[in-house]
Design a protein. Sequence first.
Length: 149
Amino acid sequence: MANETVEFRPKRIRWVAGVAAVAVVVLFTVLSFGLHGSAGFENSGQFQRGDQAAMIGLGVLIGLGVLTLARPRVRADGAGITIRNIIGGYELPWSVVRAVRFDRNSPWATLDLYDDETVSVHALQAADKEYAVQGVRALRALHTTAATA
């Protein structure tokens, strides 16, 4: 198992983020076509095509922001673990990891480090149920193998 590499990405949030991103882009596109006539204020002028394009562009940017929720990933092998969360990431050797935990009522797995720090593993989320449990078990097995080597 020391040469085995495992990789996990959240399942449910990736699906939800994809649907939400598409919905946001569609909503902003539909709203942009509703921008006809005046802005509702006296002497305020008319909405132009550029305003419509800006609304669509804003929808695309917000949709891309929503897609960052699908970014988390964890990859581990016998040497260590690489974690990519929504913002930021970590690359750690197993020698600094004290335990791989998934506490009851916790939204995601965590790593306890020997320096009393805790690192969240957003790729293994409680919403994914058995998939997350399998991921934690795989990480624990790699951690145990590395600790006994």
